[in-house]
Design a binder for this molecule. Structure first.
Ligand code: COA
Length: 255
């Protein structure tokens, strides 16, 4: 397991997955995706684990995909990436998942929340999905799940115009259960996860599946996105923008 992701099994059947790469704002590398994927698959395989909590570091949930990693893997494409393997696992995880979002949640840092059963945020939480701005397309079934949650027009603002979402608005839109002080956030998420883990497992699993709706649609959406993402990742549109972020200069066309 990468030390940039800590996996702790707590009392009460809760697995805490903590992103721990603060020097890069918890941007996710292949090794981190692998560790998270294994953490989720392991939770599903374990009778002892009844819920998972995702947490970041103070002021940062995650800056999303590591853009340097993306540049490096453009030739291999998205289809074979640890990111897509994680996304597939995320979408099919049967164990209830709870997110504790403090500060920035960019890209997959935001779209991961769409798969969580409960989402708590600090007042400083700021969700942003700048896929198109980066020459990419939405991932993690967000092109399907977000319009379903917030309506197509709002989803268009968030996914095409990359409009940032502050904690209160995210709560008003139904993307966040509650906004909590940062120092209580993880504790509260764990408390709620512990409540989920204590429920009768069969009833919980069946009810969760009913609430979440059509699993096949979610999986079809993320596979369709993956194809488009793969094509865009190889394009000069995305390569120019990723390079611009890494060199911190803006391409002329995005001025
Ligand atoms: N990939 C790789 N490195 C990243 C990163 C990412 N997604 N996000 C941040 N970092 C790195 C920065 O390059 C910087 O590294 P350095 O200190 O070696 O230069 C470090 O993390 C700190 O980031 P910085 O931009 O200085 O912090 P900030 O607080 O000013 O801004 C963000 C934070 C998240 C708003 C900003 O870093 C950002 O926009 N990152 C890109 C997010 C993104 O587009 N993700 C992909 C979505 S698909």
């Amino acid at each position: 397991m990468a030390d940039t992701v800590a996996i702790d099994d707590l009392q009460g059947g809760v697995r805490l997955i903590t992103l721990n790469r603060p020097e890069k704002k918890n941007a996710l590398t292949g090794a981190m995706y692998d560790a998270m994927r294994e953490g989720l698959a392991g939770a599903d395989a374990s009778d002892a684990i009844g819920a998972v909590v995702f947490a970041g570091q103070p002021g940062m949930f995650s800056a999303g995909n590591d853009l340097a990693d993306f540049m490096g893997h453009a030739g291999d494409g998205f289809s074979a990436s640890p990111a897509l393997a994680f996304i597939r696992q995320l979408a099919r995880t049967r164990t209830p998942m709870v997110a504790a979002v403090d500060g920035i949640a960019v890209g997959i840092g935001a779209t991961l929340c769409l798969h969580c059963d409960l989402v708590y945020a600090s007042p400083a939480a700021r969700l942003r999905m700048p896929f198109v701005e980066l020459g990419l397309v939405p991932e993690a079934a967000s092109s399907y799940l977000l319009p379903l949650r917030v309506g197509r027009l709002k989803a268009t603002e968030l996914l095409l115009l990359s409009r940032p979402l502050e904690a209160d608005e995210a709560q008003a839109l139904g993307l966040v259960n509650a906004v909590l002080p940062a120092d209580m956030l993880v504790e509260q998420a764990i408390a709620q996860a512990t409540r989920l883990a204590a429920l009768p497992r069969g009833a919980l699993a069946a009810s969760r599946a009913l609430i979440r709706g059509d699993q096949a649609q979610v999986e079809a959406a993320l596979e369709a996105e993956a194809k488009a993402f793969d094509a865009q990742l190889r394009s000069s549109e995305s390569q120019d923008r990723l390079a611009a972020f890494l060199s911190r200069s803006k391409p002329a066309s995005s001025a």
